[in-house]
Ligand binder design. Structure first.
Ligand code: PEP
Length: 250
């Protein structure tokens, strides 16, 4: 199975020229690696402009909760599909921080899946000290999947991203591969309760939070882990390409 490596560029870089430059460097590396599914999630406006995609797949960082209608500032899954988004990130903690509820996330997930977009559902607890964090993650998954038809199961990836581990967080430090391993079992168990064994067994589960060239291997070697979601380090083409090489070698 190919490792899934997703670059979340967030609200960077600040110019199209820089975006094209990072993209071109990553594209030429990705072209040589057969063991990796390389996905880049740039800001919306760069999506249709990053041409000659080669082996790179594009992802949207968000999707509107409605498919059409008078929603100023929103971008629908249909539009995103039309400009080449194969994937979409749904329910990122930075969106949740802006007020996105579990209900909104569920609707966004549904819109994205309905348009045939592979959807990366982000879940994760806010504080490291939260004792009940597996329960929090379980609730996030159950609420997002509630009412989502099981036939969409093969189009979903779950990204476990503890918020405290994200590099922009005040204490941002990567989680341990061991904890990711335990959480991946727990997440699979939750999906089993919702959708049954076959969906749970096939579900790709990835880790995100302060991944870099030093710690990527540990997360990529986890049995049952399907890849990683990389934020800050993905904006440095050299560093990201090194992560791709590490993934390819596993
Ligand atoms: C993210 O926010 O999705 C993320 C993984 O960020 P970082 O790698 O910068 O922690």
């Amino acid at each position: 199975m190919k490792k899934i490596i997703i670059a979340n560029w967030k609200m960077s870089p600040s110019s199209l020229k820089e975006a094209e430059s990072i993209f071109a460097k990553v594209r030429s590396k990705a072209a040589k690696l057969r063991g990796v599914e390389t996905v880049i999630a740039p800001p919306f406006i760069y999506l249709p402009l990053l041409k000659s995609r080669g082996r790179i797949k594009l992802a949207a960082q968000d999707v509107a909760q409605n498919d059409d209608g008078p929603w100023t500032g929103e971008i629908s899954a249909k539009m995103l599909k039309g400009v080449g988004a194969t994937y979409a990130i749904i329910g990122h903690s930075e969106r949740r921080e802006l007020g996105e509820s579990d209900d909104i996330i569920r609707e966004k997930l549904y819109q994205s899946l309905s348009r045939g977009i592979k959807s990366i559902l982000c879940v994760g607890e806010k504080e490291k000290s939260q004792e009940a964090f597996p329960h929090i993650v379980r609730e996030q998954i159950k609420k997002a999947l509630k009412g989502t038809p099981r036939y969409f199961a093969s189009k979903i990836i779950i990204a476990y991203e503890p918020v405290w581990a994200i590099s922009s967080h005040s204490k941002g430090r990567a989680d341990t591969p061991q904890n990711f391993f335990e959480m991946s079992i727990f997440i699979r168990r939750t999906v089993l309760d919702v959708w049954g064994k076959s969906a749970a067994l096939r579900l790709p589960i990835i880790y995100g939070g302060s991944v870099n060239t030093k710690n990527a291997k540990g997360f990529l070697e986890i049995k049952g882990g399907a890849g990683i979601l990389v934020g800050k380090a993905s904006l440095d083409a050299k560093e990201f390409n090194k992560i791709l090489e590490i993934a390819n070698s596993i």
